[in-house]
Design a protein around this ligand. Sequence first.
Ligand code: SF4
Length: 215
Amino acid sequence: MGTAFGSGIDRVMQRSRQFDELQIRMRACRACLEAGHSVEPPAVTQGKVDARIMTIGQAPGITEVEAGRPFNAGSGKRLFEWLAKAGIDEEWFRATQYMSSVTKCYPGRIEGGNGDRVPSRAEQKLCRPFLNEELALVNPALIIPIGRLAIELFFPKGKKLNEIVGTEMEVDGRWIVPLAHPSGASRWHQIEENRILIDNAIELIAKQFARIKPI
Ligand code: SF4
């Protein structure tokens, strides 16, 4: 019995070590730069390996890099206002759950335009092994993809956000509840009928939160 208990602790410690080692590798990664993409490392993620909920955004912005945490500024404020309606506290969430993104480094500004550049397919492909490792190690019961790029990891490309936000899907025993991107630059969540869809998504998150009871 003592051996089984001991091996259980060994597994927990090994998982924790692998997670810490993954965080170090992600922050040291320069694969996009070496392939000629203009990203600004280091990778930005936040949270714990034993999280039950994982958010996946698009990519960090410059304020996220400066603060060293995802969804740091205006979009984070709006995201946690939405999640608060599901009973989720920001401080608790950041300290105990896990926040990542499709690509982990700041992609820089759009050349000659406004806003941040959307990571290219090539960058997404380069970063995908990290996301796979995060999902395997954290093994979240609930995934919240935020914004189109993250949503398209799970839902068919080309489907309108209106058809997806406010729905949920089970994949390999994990529940996926997509959210629109809360960025102030996005008009989508400011449209009245879309706000209803976000409210529906928050209701689904509240239901999953009650089911998982991660506290
Ligand atoms: S975005 Fe991902 S693959 Fe590209 S340099 Fe950053 S961590 Fe590495």
